[in-house]
Design a protein around this ligand. Structure first.
Ligand code: AMP
Length: 577
């Protein structure tokens, strides 16, 4: 039997399993994916389906498929699957067993122990039900830990000193915000708040509503009573939502969605990010209110916070990141995959219990912000070089982000795209690392949309592409060493600045010589002036030393110059005083 303790995130939508390899969390793939849908079902032939296969049959056979069982944990209920009734513990045990089997396969050993995460608000009954589910899956649950604690461990396992951390967790169907305090080895949830019926699924539902309205307006059709069409709309809505996290527009194309008078009706429309953000804004408002409730519950104010950590797939939504930053005045951390943060932390906890050394999750991030400039508002005034960041500092790489820009005057034929690296809202204070120009844009009124895309890879290569949306006319550049370039350029700029002050070694020697020559000539002049007034007994020395210095100067003999000038200045000093 193995000593390895696995970490499990038994989630409402998805579940994951991880262990520690070489001191770092390693996520185990289950059925070819790191995320196992938390769904269980029975196929026609009675075969047990777990994960993606259960998810696939859900639309067709909801009566034989169970989803979101986590919501029922701790309740004294039975759920029906096919002909049989099951307790929530039993359904969860099926998911746990599937995860355990995947871990055994990956590690090639029998696994008997696990750490399982639960929401901070879980009651004793819910925690006990989770332990029981573990037992049914032949897993000894060595510890149940809170999900926000696990997230904090994933980010901060190797941090020392006290930290107050806000963990904002927005998944598919639940929202939790917790304030966690880490001090030395102790991690404590100070307060927790949320809504366990709010999440990314609500965002999808708003898009579905929008699509239904569109079908009614354009085709006079209502898909609400056609389950197959509704299932397709839900998938399309989720896909467009995910696309809008990285791009300003998403196209939705569903051919042969419905029929009207025997003729097929196709759904084809474009959703833009602004429209979508207006749909979900009220949900985001609600989460921000919960953030402040949690802070009050912890007896803290915004200024006491050291970090904001984002957990849950729906936190990839840019609006959420922007609103949190605007509200709390701090850029939330996103570098650890928000879907895998909790399971990584549970593996860290498992490994600490097993007495192993661990470190927090390491990810490749960009150390700088990359963006372009546009005419926009800066400090309340319209400014032509306002910095528009596309890839923010500390974003996990590889990453691709797009934004829409518009032309500013009618028939604008060209645009110049500047690429900057830096953090200043005024692009001119950042480092320009490239630029290009698109010519031959359409002769249309101002507002012609140009979509600019930044793609940064693990090798620090930044590809920037701008495309006129209506025609597809595009231009791009590739910038090598984007992530190290700043250091090189900073170094060069620093050299230049200092260089203006410091002469080179050669220049230094030359100017030193010139300075001395000037001094020596001034000394000779002074000696000549003194000749008239000097006492007779000193005149001869004065003439001799002046001659010696003149000879040394014309011979370029530095030592002789030094010798003669030293003596001559002593004599002049004596005669002067
Ligand atoms: P979780 O329960 O943490 O796995 O989160 C799942 C939710 O995150 C679902 O509603 C997904 O549609 C949503 N989600 C996943 N990726 C993204 C993304 N890139 N942008 C917005 N939402 C996403």
């Amino acid at each position: 039997m193995s000593d390895i303790i696995i970490g499990i995130d038994l989630g409402t939508t998805n579940s994951e399993v991880a262990y520690i390899r070489d001191g770092r969390p390693c996520i185990i793939e289950v059925d070819g994916s790191q995320l196992l849908p938390s769904m269980v079902g029975l196929a026609n032939d009675g075969a047990l389906l777990v994960g993606q296969s259960a998810r696939n049959q859900y639309v067709l056979h909801p009566e034989r498929t169970i989803r979101s069982i986590k919501r029922r944990m701790g309740e004294d209920v039975k759920v029906k699957m096919g002909e049989q009734d099951y307790t929530p513990q039993e359904i969860s045990a099926i998911i746990l067993r599937h995860l355990k089997t995947a871990a055994q396969r990956e590690l090639n050993e029998e696994i008997a122990k696990a750490v399982i995460t639960v929401p901070a608000y879980f009651s004793d009954a819910q925690r006990q039900a989770t332990r029981d589910a573990g037992k049914l899956a032949d897993l000894e649950v060595v510890r149940i830990i809170n999900e926000p604690t696990a997230a904090a461990l994933a980010y901060e396992a190797d941090h020392t000193g006290q930290r107050n951390i806000l963990v904002y967790d927005l998944g598919g169907g639940t929202f939790d915000v917790s304030v966690v305090r880490m001090e030395h080895d102790v991690t404590e949830v100070l307060s927790s708040h949320g809504n366990n019926h709010l999440g990314g699924d609500d965002f999808d539902a708003r898009i579905v509503e929008h699509l239904i309205n569109h079908l009614q307006d354009v085709h006079g059709l209502d898909p609400s009573s056609v389950p197959a069409a509704m299932a397709r709309l839900e998938r399309a809505a989720e896909a467009s939502k995910i696309a809008l996290s990285d791009a300003p527009y998403a196209r939705i194309e569903e051919e042969y969605l419905l029929e009207r008078d025997g003729k097929p009706a196709h759904l084809s429309l474009e959703l833009d990010r602004q429209e979508y953000e207006a749909m979900i804004d009220p949900f985001v408002d609600e989460t921000l209110e919960a953030v402040h409730t949690a802070l009050r519950g912890a007896g803290l104010t915004v200024s006491d916070l050291d970090e904001i950590l984002l957990v849950g797939g729906a936190t990839r939504t840019p609006l959420i990141q922007h609103r949190l930053e605007a509200d709390l005045g701090m850029q939330p951390r996103t570098e650890v995959d928000p879907d895998l943060c909790v399971v990584a932390g549970s593996a860290i906890q498992a490994s600490v219990i097993a007495g192993q050394q661990v470190a927090s999750v390491l990810v490749d991030v960009t150390p700088y912000t990359f963006g372009t400039s546009a005419i926009s508002d800066l400090n309340g005034e319209t400014y032509p070089y306002t910095f528009v960041p596309l890839i923010r500092k500390n974003t996990a790489i590889p990453v691709t982000k797009s934004e829409a820009f518009t032309t500013v005057y009618d028939d604008q034929e060209t645009i110049e795209v500047q690429v900057y690296q830096g953090e200043d809202p005024d692009a001119l204070n950042n480092t320009e690392i490239g630029s290009f120009r698109i010519e031959g844009l359409s002769e249309v009124p101002a507002g012609n949309v140009i979509v600019t895309t930044f793609a940064l890879d693990l090798n620090g290569i930044l590809q920037v592409n701008s495309r006129e949306k209506r025609t597809g006319l595009e231009k791009h550049i590739r910038i090598e060493n984007a992530t190290t370039r700043f250091e090189q350029e900073e170094m060069a700029a620093a050299r230049e600045r200092i260089g203006a002050l410091l002469p080179s070694d050669e220049e230094d020697a030359d100017s030193d010589m010139q300075r001395k020559n000037v001094q020596n000539l001034a000394l000779i002049e002074k000696a000549e002036r003194l000749l008239d007034t000097a006492p007779a007994e000193d005149k001869e020395d004065l003439v001799d030393l002046t001659e010696q210095l003149r000879d040394a100067l014309s011979a370029g003999d530095i030592n002789a110059q030094q010798h003669a000038s030293g003596k001559l200045s002593d004599l002049i000093f004596y005669l002067d005083s």
